[in-house]
Design a binder for this molecule. Structure first.
Ligand code: MN
Length: 328
């Protein structure tokens, strides 16, 4: 089998290896509203670093729960020890400081910061930046780093965490961001003992009944504009109350709108506080979602991006529709 060509230069791989080897205490950071990629990647690194006898803490500004409890070691996010100082902080899948939320203050007390990320709009300040937007998941980059720098610690447990990261960010190896390299890494991980079917089922198919109810409420109110090229759904506090769900349960529902034939831009608005909305934008291959999100100081990937907008529902909807209309 052909060896997987790393996206990361030898210089950066060696710099990363040296940073890790020279550190005793390491803080790993996952982004706000965490997903399988940020947590799978951070937990895989944590497993490797612990085998090297590093003192590792995991930080996430949001609660790590729901589907992420499938990931081996997830409970470590609950009880970081809050060292006053870390030799090394590694921000994983985190495109800017704001996405660290209150954990940014922990990052401030790290002697050195390394960033491993694949967002197009990545701008997190660091001493070592490993940002490769051609990777479909940060887990791909973490695989490359571990395989080149610490291959002796790449075991089945680490492989499962990385596989979960790739599956969630690639829509099960289906998005246009997926490359031959993604499949090659998937094959390596399966060769290490990963059982793919339960991971696909868990992250892509299984749904709690209350999340199913939330999805039905939102989709039943979907609206379409510009001859069906733009589809919009919204989630309000009343939806979460009625179905006993929360913001993180909206994950992926917007894709049902994007999947409607003719839709080029799908938008989900989530009311996080009165007059404050978190916006998710999903597009087909003709439209750059990160540029639409950028109009509102957000960012992300070509086909998946987000931003936050304040205002009444009607105002925010109108501003978003105008931005979408300008792109069509
Ligand atoms: Mn990611």
């Amino acid at each position: 089998m052909a060896r997987i060509e790393s996206y990361i230069s030898e210089t950066k791989t060696i710099a990363f290896r040296d940073m890790v080897e020279n550190a005793t205490t390491v803080a790993l950071f996952s982004h706000v509203n965490p997903d399988g990629d940020t947590c799978g990647s951070a937990l895989a690194l944590a497993a490797v670093l612990r085998k090297m006898d590093k003192d590792v803490d995991l930080y996430c500004p949001s609660e790590v729960g729901g589907k992420l409890t499938f990931l081996d070691g997830w409970k470590a996010y609950r009880a970081p020890k809050y060292h006053e100082y870390y030799d090394l902080g590694i921000a994983v899948d985190c495109s800017d400081r704001a996405r660290l939320g209150e954990c940014a203050r922990v990052a401030d007390f790290c002697h050195t910061i390394a960033v491993i990320d694949h967002h197009k709009t990545s701008c997190m300040p660091s001493e070592l930046s490993i940002v490769r937007p051609n990777a479909c998941a940060t887990a791909e980059l973490v695989y490359m780093l571990i395989a080149d720098a610490f291959p002796q610690y790449l075991d089945k447990r680490v492989a499962e965490l990385l596989f979960a990261g790739i599956v969630t960010d690639s829509g099960g190896f289906s998005f246009s961001s997926v490359s031959a390299t993604t499949y090659a890494i998937g094959a390596e991980l399966i060769a290490l003992g990963v059982k793919q079917a339960p991971i696909f089922d868990h992250f892509l198919k299984s749904t709690e009944k209350n999340v199913f109810d939330l999805r039905n409420r939102a989709l039943s109110r979907a609206k379409f504009f510009f001859d069906g090229k733009v589809g919009m759904i919204s989630f309000f506090a009343s939806d979460f109350n009625a179905t006993d769900t929360c913001e993180r349960d909206t994950e992926g529902i917007v894709n049902f709108v994007r999947d409607v034939n003719g839709v080029k831009i799908a938008v989900a608005m989530t009311e996080t506080e009165p007059e404050k909305f978190k916006v998710s934008i999903r597009t087909d291959d003709d439209v750059d979602a990160s540029r639409i999100a950028g109009i509102f100081n957000g960012g992300g990937h070509f086909n998946a991006a987000g931003c936050r907008i304040s205002g009444s529902f009607e105002e925010v909807e109108e501003r978003l529709l105008k931005a979408c209309g300008d792109w069509l």
